[in-house]
Design a protein around this ligand. Structure first.
Ligand SMILES: *Cc1c(COP(=O)(O)O)cnc(C)c1O
Length: 335
């Protein structure tokens, strides 16, 4: 199956499985798993941060960030469609008594800083204390502009806000800009990064930040039931991913662009593909084509249902797979 539904669907390669198999392990709750310790050091170095903590998912690393930045009754400013607001089951509110202040994203995935400024609450007992500003990069497949990130960093300093990045796909953003990932990540107080997206590991995310922040996150992770034991077998996959699968993200971006070009030749489809796009193509069907998903599935291509489709490229999709897919789309609309 050629699966375009997400970059989370990748399966570990033989080589990745081998590196899991040979991982040296210990009890990570005691801090004694050498492979986890090595991964945490490696990812914090890459990100230009003091320390890092490994966790089971990006939802958990984002939550650890929110819980360590914000106390009960504090507030974070976040995008309406951000993962840290919309797609994490309200964890910050439920588990942290942290109030979100969601704002609409601009078309390029930024939050307009003049608008954000208006929502920073004065120091007054009527209001929650605005504590944290969150961004997401990439956001809907778009790499945030670097000049915006510099402005946002200055803005958080001026306004005494903490600064968190949901960097589930921050390596895609770095590759898109032709930069080292720490050119992006080191601007933030904390960064959450996923190994289980385009990097191709089966499980795992890390939260990177200062020593103090990560010490706090260890306590919250334990409380959430996220302390794992011989988890080095998972870290083995993540280390393999960092060593082998970062630079190749450029291929996914090229494949996405190739797919976008191919599909834009079909009259019944509108393709949205921005210059800042990475591994995602967004298409809108001009009419209801209720059996398209089924048709494609029968040809061995998995795509989402509906009129608005997000198609994601990743390391289990080759250029040949893309060509095949474009041809199946064409044959569907020719019927
Ligand atoms: C996938 C993702 C996460 C984390 O999701 P998990 O499934 O919990 O690992 C966080 N933010 C964004 C933008 C994501 O795409």
């Amino acid at each position: 199956m050629i699966d375009f539904r997400s970059d989370t669907v990748t399966k570990p390669s033989k080589e990745m499985l081998a590196s899991m198999f040979k991982a040296d392990v210990g009890d990570d709750v005691y801090g004694e798993d050498p492979t986890i310790n090595y991964l945490e050091e490696k990812i914090s170095d890459l990100m230009g941060m003091q320390d890092a903590i490994f966790a089971s998912s990006g939802t958990q690393t984002n939550l650890l960030a929110l819980l360590t930045h914000c106390a009960r009754g504090d507030e974070y400013i976040v995008g309406q469609l951000a993962h840290t607001y919309k797609y994490e089951a309200g964890g910050a509110a439920v588990l942290g008594s942290i109030q979100p202040q969601p704002l609409d994203f601009e078309k390029n995935g930024t939050l307009n800083l003049e608008k954000v400024l208006k929502f920073i609450k004065p120091d007054d007992y009527h209001f929650a204390k605005t504590q944290l500003f969150c961004l997401e990069n990439t956001i809907s497949g778009l790499a945030l502009p670097m000049d915006y990130l510099y402005q946002a960093k200055l803005f958080t300093e001026t306004n005494k806000l903490r600064f968190h990045l949901d960097g589930a796909r921050v390596f895609n953003a770095a590759i898109k800009h032709g930069l080292k990932v720490n050119d992006i990540s080191s601007m933030f107080d904390t960064v959450s990064v996923c190994f289980s997206k385009g990097l191709g590991a089966p499980v795992g995310s890390a939260l990177c930040g200062s020593k103090e922040q990560i010490k706090g996150a260890r306590k919250w992770r334990k409380m959430l039931g996220g302390g794992m034991r011989q988890a080095g077998i998972l870290a083995g996959a993540c280390i393999f991913a960092l060593d082998n699968n970062i630079d190749r993200l450029a291929k996914d971006h090229d494949n996405a662009q190739f797919l976008a070009k191919g599909l834009s030749g079909i009259d019944q489809i509108n393709v949205k593909y921005d210059a800042a796009q990475t591994n995602m193509v967004f298409v809108t069907l001009k009419n209801d084509y209720l059996d398209l998903t089924e048709f494609m599935k029968n040809k061995g291509v998995l795509i989402p249902n509906g009129k608005e489709l997000r198609l994601v490229t990743h390391l289990d999709i080759s250029r040949d797979n893309i060509i095949t897919t474009i041809n199946h789309f064409k044959s569907y609309f020719k019927r």
